[in-house]
Design a protein around this ligand. Structure first.
Ligand SMILES: Nc1nc2c(ncn2[C@@H]2O[C@H](COP(=O)(O)OP(=O)(O)OP(=O)(O)O)[C@@H](O)[C@H]2O)c(=O)[nH]1
Ligand SMILES: [Mg+2]
Length: 201
């Protein structure tokens, strides 16, 4: 066998690797999402939410939560044999936001997770990606017990631009998360094509 060729004689496919960010407010399910789809054991940087952190860590709505991400989550998913996504989950709490600039370096696009019980928590993430022209979509994480709202109502509440996709998702469900990630890649590709067209005319 010639080095670098597979046994069937086909040249090995060198996959395209893309970087996707998973952002959103505190406790919205970012770590859960990365863990649900990653084919490698996800790297997590969880620390216990401590009594000392209580005054600044708003856990209302996620009272069962006892850890938080302090740096990032990292995972990988192969969407096709020639397309691999590296997932970077951002820390949700404002005191760790200095990490975001570094994490967003070279990102193709982002998922902004939203919880309809605390929609305002994702404004900062939306704002961040809009300002930097990083393509993103909003994934509404459908927690049990949270009222379901029509997509249109959520769009309006978030004041989303028409071109920004909004999907219902379940951060715990592999297939649902996969669809959301494919949505980000497609959206980023469309945006890039549009930008090329604008430049070309
Ligand atoms: N019922 C339900 N619970 C969820 C869902 N997604 C996440 N959770 C739970 O919500 C809690 C918060 O999830 P995390 O994944 O830690 O949230 P996070 O966004 O990474 O939080 P920070 O890193 O602290 O900002 C955990 O207890 C999860 O088990 C969901 O879709 N449905
Ligand atoms: Mg987390």
């Amino acid at each position: 066998m010639i080095f670098g060729r597979s046994e069937r004689g086909k040249p090995p496919v060198e996959p395209v690797t893309l970087k996707i960010l998973v952002a959103g407010g505190f406790g919205v399910g970012k770590t859960t999402l990365v863990g649900a789809v990653s084919e490698i054991r996800p790297l997590r940087t969880e620390e216990l939410l401590t009594e000392a952190g209580r005054p600044v860590d708003d856990t209302s709505g996620v009272e069962a939560k006892n850890t938080t991400t302090v740096a990032m989550d990292f995972g990988r998913i192969t969407l096709r044999e020639d397309l691999v996504l590296y997932l970077f989950g951002t820390p949700g709490q404002e005191r760790f936001w200095f990490m975001w600039d570094e994490l967003s370096e070279g990102a193709l696009g982002a998922v902004v997770l939203a919880d309809t019980r605390r929609l305002e928590d994702c404004f900062a993430a939306i704002d961040y990606f809009e300002r930097r022209a990083i393509p993103f979509l909003v994934g509404v994480n459908c927690f049990e017990g949270a009222a379901r709202y029509p997509a249109e109502d959520v769009r309006r509440a978030l004041d989303l631009d028409d071109h920004v996709p909004l999907l219902m998702t379940d951060a715990r469900d592999r297939e649902s998360v996969k669809e959301t990630l494919i949505g980000v890649v497609q959206h980023a590709m469309t945006q890039a094509a549009q930008r090329r067209q604008t430049v070309g005319t």
